[in-house]
Design a protein around this ligand. Structure first.
Ligand SMILES: Nc1nc2c(ncn2[C@@H]2O[C@H](COP(=O)(O)OP(=O)(O)OP(=O)(O)O)[C@@H](O)[C@H]2O)c(=O)[nH]1
Length: 482
């Protein structure tokens, strides 16, 4: 490859300083189809007593050299672009990316009905089917939809996450929490995959949020507390691009004031927004004209409206047509350019190398992992693991001991309680037994008293019945004699 010569340096057949019969070996490589129809001719020849190599990649020159071999050749001559050597690397990347396809994850945060779905549809020029949300959710939720899109031969796996019921509750204090939790959960899933022994990143669906489009209500006043709170809580976790939704509802002068008020509030609250690329020339040029536009005033619409002889995407009003793709009407085109044309890869890169790194750092630190020990010497992962394992085992042992002691203590307490209860029961039993015996004795006494009374009663009865029976007997005798 080092012998390759740029096309301009390839000599014509007339200027070759050697006679053709001196050619010893020649090779013609038909790699041509990938190299825009060019051939490469390697000529090995003797000149001035040494073997030399001459490379010619210009097809016209080759054909001139071998006129005798191709007398009637009437071919279209194309000059080569000349992608040889390691300058071909970017093409490999392009081909691989085209084969694999792209993925992009967008989080849309904004109130119900603020125009999230319409804007995403307009951005990707596709009607991404989605149902409308209700205003009566008791808590904030998130709706995740994955779409497979294709434009020319570029495939895109688009994940759109939208808030549901955001700002609809009376108490909005915790409304931002589900958003924070969702972003963290995606980082956590990626970290878990990274920590696995058998990782499968090839077909892993990386759901980490690459950009958060924050939809601000077009009030014309200022930011709401919920907006500031939410942006402040997620600005270290995701790239935030603020948008003024439904910007067609604000007049041009009000819009400018509204924009500067929002930026002032965000700056004074220390909210970190996504910083557009500045080190790539083309992107930097696109981005410089963009930074002054923040927050982008956007309008979404999937409606085709006739303007003159053209059909344009816009919103039809009694006073005229608002053209979504007209930069004098709104910042939609700017947003689309920075989001999809210039900064998409950077958004993904920042997500991975900054936001995810921060999450990973924080997480591993809370788990006790560190790069350097207290003596400022590097600590290996293995050492930390061993240390943590030992610490964990010690803790387990300590807890086991504590549990055992607690158990013994409770057993003792229960035993004493049972013994006390038993004693109490025994005392009660003895007392009841005594009471019962006394009762029995009392009853026995009463019984004997009653028996005595019965006996005396019977005696009295017999005594009282004796004269009456004598009279009755005498009467019976008299009756018999008669
Ligand atoms: N004036 C104006 N109306 C818009 C704009 N974008 C969307 N709308 C309208 O606002 C309404 C709600 O739009 P959606 O895109 O469904 O809003 P959303 O935020 O996705 O709603 P949910 O998902 O239900 O929370 C629809 O009637 C849209 O036509 C805009 O830029 N300007």
């Amino acid at each position: 490859m080092a012998a390759c010569m740029p096309e301009a340096a390839c000599p014509s057949s007339e200027s070759y300083p050697f006679p053709i019969p001196l050619v010893l070996i020649f090779s013609v490589f038909p790699w041509s189809f990938t190299l825009k129809g060019s051939y490469t001719l390697l000529l090995w020849f003797f000149a001035e007593g040494e073997l030399r190599l001459q490379v010619c990649s210009n097809r016209t020159h080759i054909l001139k050299l071998f006129k005798f071999a191709f007398p009637n050749e009437n071919v279209r001559c194309l000059s080569t672009v000349g992608h040889f050597g390691f300058e071909c690397f970017p093409y490999q990347l392009v081909n691989r990316s085209l084969q694999r396809g792209f993925s992009f994850n967008i989080l849309c945060v904004g109130e119900t009905g603020i125009g999230k779905t319409t804007l995403i549809n307009t951005l990707f020029n596709t009607n991404l089917k989605d149902s409308k949300s209700s205003h009566f959710h008791s808590t904030v939720g998130l709706k995740v939809k994955i779409y497979e899109l294709q434009e020319s031969n570029v495939h895109l796996k688009l994940t759109v996450v939208k808030t549901v019921g955001f700002g609809d509750q009376i108490n909005k204090e915790a409304s931002y929490l589900p958003v924070v939790e969702y972003i963290d959960a995606q980082f956590e899933a990626y970290l878990q995959e990274e920590l696995k022994i058998k990782r499968s990143f090839f077909d892993y669906h990386d759901s980490r949020v690459h950009v958060c489009l924050y939809f601000i209500s077009p009030t014309g006043h200022s930011l709401k507390t919920l907006d500031l709170l939410t942006m402040k809580s997620i600005d270290s976790k995701v790239n935030i691009i603020p948008l003024i939704a439904k910007a067609d509802t604000i007049s041009k002068s009000d819009l400018q004031k509204f924009k500067s008020r929002i930026m002032h509030e965000l700056n004074s609250s220390g909210v970190q927004l996504y910083q557009f690329l500045e080190d790539d020339d083309a992107a930097a040029q696109a981005n410089t004209s963009t930074s002054g536009l923040l927050p982008f005033a956007v309008v979404g619409s999937m409606e085709e409206v006739k303007v003159g002889k053209r059909m344009v995407r816009g919103r039809h009003y009694p006073w005229g047509v608002l053209q979504v793709e007209n930069e004098n009407h709104c910042d939609f085109v700017k947003l689309r350019d920075v989001l999809l044309c210039t900064n998409m890869e950077d958004l993904k890169e920042k997500t991975h190398s900054y936001h995810y790194e921060c999450y990973r750092y924080r997480k591993l630190k809370t788990m006790g992992f560190t790069d350097v020990g207290p003596d400022n010497k590097p600590v290996s992962f293995q050492e930390t693991y061993e240390f943590k394992r030992q610490e964990f085992q010690d803790q387990c042992q300590r807890e086991e001991e504590e549990l055992k002691q607690k158990f013994m203590q409770r057993v003792k307490e229960k035993e004493t309680a049972f013994k006390d209860a038993e004693r109490e029961l025994q005392d009660k039993f003895e007392h009841l037994k005594k009471v019962q015996q006394e009762e029995i004795m009392k009853l026995e006494e009463e019984k004997s008293k009653l028996e005595e009374e019965i006996i005396s009663f019977c005696k009295m009865k017999a005594a009282s019945e004796a004269p009456y029976s004598q009279v009755t007997n005498m009467r019976k005798d008299r009756d018999r004699k008669k």
